[in-house]
Design a binder for this molecule. Structure first.
Ligand SMILES: [Cu+2]
Length: 100
């Protein structure tokens, strides 16, 4: 009983593992354009296009900055909610990260 309690306390004390998600930017679109993540997760954006792009949250909760061809940027998601993002260079490129 005492051991079981100790194990239970250890499990509760462990931090939740943050997951990593990937978004490819190709053909003037984000793929996937819609993601569901948890607070603390990271999202890595990779620009596979021949022009520069950004992935910028409209609420400014994250921003990759300008990504040249072949470049990646990893952002950490720290706030709960629905974060619409777009490419600031090409405003028709849109996506949404929903954070639980
Ligand atoms: Cu763009």
């Amino acid at each position: 009983m005492r051991i079981a309690l100790t194990i239970a306390m250890l499990v509760l004390a462990l931090p939740a593992y943050a997951a990593g998600h990937s978004v490819e930017i190709k053909g003037m679109r984000f793929s996937p354009a819609r993601l569901q993540v948890a607070v603390g997760d990271t999202v890595t954006f990779t620009n596979a296009d021949s022009v520069r792009h950004t992935a910028t949250a409209l609420d400014r909760s994250f921003d990759t900055g300008r990504l040249a061809t072949g470049k990646t940027a990893t952002v950490k998601i720290t706030t709960v909610g629905k974060h619409d993002f777009r490419c600031m260079i090409h405003p028709s490129m849109k996506g949404t990260i929903t954070v639980k």
